[in-house]
Write a protein that binds this ligand. Structure first.
Ligand code: ZN
Length: 272
């Protein structure tokens, strides 16, 4: 398969996309507002698979050339968020997403397949409603830009087959959480650590943070999730590709451990 460094973006199609990301909290007065394309289920087309609230369908605005762009809708309603999902729903979402992502990768039709989630105004997303994206890339292999050290870090906690850490060499900076799964049977534990990271970012981060990305990587036999809090991106990274790491990562790792993994602390989806 031919290999490229750049994806080609169709800006004409991009200009037609609906944008609801600016909405921070759903307005109860707009409960039946059908302006969100993912709430309006009857209008969905090109559905490839569904299980209860989960729907995998083709992206209506496939702006990336030489790709297959899919959307995974996670919930019936806009007013839910991964950090407060019940454990049952959380596990369902992550299992379903990973299964479909790997199915597409195993089809052999793509150079590589990327799987990720945007949340909030600084995440690069356009739709507020909880969803993820799976994109098969015909000409680009994302693994060429990935290094093992991207996922090394100060260990927050671990369980058999899963490690939860805070990057010592972030890809961008300053704080990046990683969940490294080496035993697929422990995928529910991976989902729990992802939820903890997202909950921490949205509730306890030093600076008010309302945006994050969740990225998935398949590296040999490992599945890795990176949770990246999003702010305006550092110019030092944008202009010079120099990532930055905070001198507070050990302190933050300890804070996460104390809040979530000390005996008697509430689970992330318990209202605080
Ligand atoms: Zn919606």
């Amino acid at each position: 398969m031919s290999s490229s460094t750049h994806l080609h973006f169709n800006s004409h199609l991009g200009a037609q996309k609906p944008r609801t990301i600016a909405r921070q909290k759903p307005n109860p007065a707009q409960k039946n507002d059908t302006s969100c394309p993912f709430c309006n289920r009857e209008s969905l087309v090109d559905i490839l698979a569904s299980e209860g609230p989960l729907v995998l369908l083709k992206n209506k605005y496939p702006v990336l050339e030489d790709t297959l762009q899919l959307v995974l809708i996670e919930t019936y309603n806009c007013d839910e968020e991964l950090s407060i999902y019940s454990k049952e729903h959380l596990h369902h979402v992550i299992r379903f997403g990973v299964e479909k992502w790997l199915e597409i990768e195993n089809s052999g039709e793509f150079s590589s397949v990327i799987f990720f989630k945007n949340h909030g105004p600084f995440s690069g997303g356009t739709i507020f409603h909880p969803h993820m994206q799976i994109v098969g890339l015909k000409k680009v292999d994302y693994r060429e830009n990935i290094r093992e050290e991207d996922f090394e870090g100060v260990v927050i906690t671990q369980a058999p087959g899963v490690e939860f850490n805070l990057s010592t060499k972030p890809r961008v900076g300053f704080f990046e959480f990683n969940v490294v799964l080496s035993d697929i049977n422990q995928i529910d534990q991976m989902a729990d650590y992802i939820q903890t990271a997202v909950h921490y970012v949205l509730n306890y981060f030093d600076y008010h943070c309302n945006s994050y990305n969740l990225f998935f990587y398949k590296l040999e036999e490992k599945i890795i999730a990176k949770i990246m809090p999003r702010f305006v991106t550092s110019p030092i990274y944008l202009g010079f590709s120099i990532p930055q790491v905070s001198n507070r990562i050990a302190e933050m790792a300890r804070d996460v451990r104390e809040r979530y993994f000390t005996e008697g602390t509430p689970s992330p989806n318990t209202p605080v």
